[in-house]
Design a binder for this molecule. Structure first.
Ligand code: URP
Ligand code: ZN
Ligand code: ZN
Length: 470
């Protein structure tokens, strides 16, 4: 039966207007005033906001790391995403020695339990002539993006020569390089010095990964992209200086785009100094208050292009089980590094938190407009990653991925409210005003208030094509 959402206020990346939306099958069939509804199920959305479902361009589900695994899988992470209004997530495939097809197949298998739509980026952590030849084949698998690292020496890092070659291959094939920007050559000696001096607490994670490394590496990446005449997308921008570099390069016509993640807007190295500081350990690390402010300004001024979560949750205390869907779950987590900050699994929860937190503390606080909120969280990721206008748009023909948002809903947020499968929440006790009330995935309601109507296997793999350079 068609669904007619009546009397809501639609928010897109560019406009805000009152209209009805008719959903037929999996797509939006009409948008207009006073649409007729002879046989449709009608949802009265008076006083509510209607937005495209969120698109999270950066998540890590089921990721083996630090001798454990990120604690949300492709079902639990997706369920949490949906409760927060997100209907598409993009995960990173680990590059296996057996080639890209094998690597993508491993991730396709793990994602069979998907509850929202999803697609993949490929981590490019090894590079030689054979791998170079194999890169274009990723497009046939629907994977248009490769992530490179300028840190994690001897593990994930490619040297600049390899990155430059990858940028050229990407350019030839309509692909996009994504870059994790820190300076591994600086980080390694800092870590060795810190450990030799007996510094083992979480704050040393941040102190050994200085922000200048992120700043120069972001500019280096932009400069290499310019020289390869290839676009580049810098993930998880965290230091204010990186935003300055992004602005500098973009003003000079370099095809560089930037993503930030909510924790970098709110938290600082001071959080790592708390007794529970390990909760904030991720890479790149939390910076300073001035960096928070510069990132906000970068969003306000549209210097940045997207907001992702880098959702990569671990338990704070993985020795104690939590209950998830009526079952005990216990997964080793941050306690692995209680005596050594280098052993703390890197990563933070956030897939559910992104939209509600950014609404209250971004839109309501006056940092960004409601239209920018939709642009950063929905439309721009869809455009950059080749999913637009199927995703990220409220237009006839688009997938009916829709969040009906109650702008007055008040919540004291925290772990008890969250479906993220971990034992803590970074925003514990924060007041939220505005929350998704109903969420649709391709026309099917998967969240209705507190009720979960989605299921494992509902999510579809999205083969992505060539994206736009924003
Ligand atoms: O600490 C983080 N962010 N873990 C996930 C991997 C990455 O570099 O994005
Ligand atoms: Zn990264
Ligand atoms: Zn990441």
């Amino acid at each position: 039966m068609p669904t007619l959402i009546k009397n809501g206020t639609l928010i897109t990346a560019s406009d805000t207007f009152q209209a009805d939306i008719l959903i037929e099958g999996e797509t939006i069939s009409q948008i207009g005033k006073d649409l007729p509804h002879p046989s449709a199920e009608v949802i009265d959305a008076a006083g509510k906001l209607i937005m495209p479902g969120g698109i999270d361009p950066h998540v890590h589900l089921d990721l083996p790391m630090f001798g454990t695994v990120s604690s949300d899988d492709h079902y639990t992470g997706h369920k949490a995403a949906a409760f927060g209004g997100t209907t598409t997530a993009m995960d990173f495939v680990v590059q296996e020695d057996k080639g890209f097809e094998y690597s993508v197949d491993v991730w396709r298998k793990m994602s069979e339990k998907a509850a929202i739509d999803y697609s993949f980026h490929m981590n490019l952590t090894k590079f030689d002539d054979k791998i170079a030849k194999d890169i274009p084949n990723l497009m046939k698998m629907g994977v248009q993006t490769l992530k490179v690292f300028t840190a994690y020496n001897g593990k994930l890092r490619l040297d600049d020569g390899g990155i430059f070659k990858a940028l050229r291959i990407a350019k030839e094939n309509g692909m996009l390089i994504m870059a994790h920007c820190e300076n591994g050559d600086v980080i390694e000696p800092f870590i060795a010095d810190a450990l030799a001096a007996g510094h083992t607490t979480p704050e040393w994670h941040a102190l050994t990964r200085p922000k200048w490394g992120a700043v120069e590496s972001s500019l280096r990446m932009a400069a290499m992209a310019e020289q390869a005449d290839s676009p580049v997308y810098i993930v998880h921008m965290n230091a204010g200086g990186e935003v300055d570099m992004l602005k500098y390069a973009r003003e000079r016509g370099v095809k560089v785009m930037g993503e930030t993640c909510p924790p970098y807007l709110f938290f600082s190295v001071d959080n790592l100094r708390q007794p529970d500081g390990a909760k904030w350990i991720c890479s790149p690390p939390m910076r300073d208050k001035e960096d928070n402010a510069r990132l906000w300004k970068g969003l306000h001024e549209n210097t940045l292009q997207t907001i992702g979560t880098d959702h990569c949750p671990f338990f704070f205390d993985g020795t104690k089980p939590i209950m998830y869907e009526g079952k005990e779950v216990k997964i080793a987590g941050k306690e692995l590094g209680k005596d050594n900050f280098t052993k703390i699994p890197n990563g933070l929860p956030g897939i559910q938190d992104r939209l509600p937190i950014m609404w209250t503390y971004g839109v309501r606080a006056g940092h960004i407009t409601a239209n920018q909120f939709v642009a950063y969280n929905c439309t721009n990721p869809a455009k950059i990653f080749g999913l637009y206008p199927k995703k990220g748009a409220l237009i006839p023909g688009a997938d009916a991925d829709i969040a009906i948002w109650d702008p007055e809903k008040k919540i004291k947020y925290g772990v008890a409210h969250s479906h993220q499968r971990t034992d803590y929440n970074l925003y514990e006790g924060w007041e939220i005003v505005g929350y998704p009330e109903k969420v649709f995935l391709r026309g099917k309601m998967i969240v209705d208030g507190e009720r979960w109507l989605g299921k494992s296997g509902d999510g579809q793999y999205l083969k992505r094509g060539i994206g736009e350079i924003l």
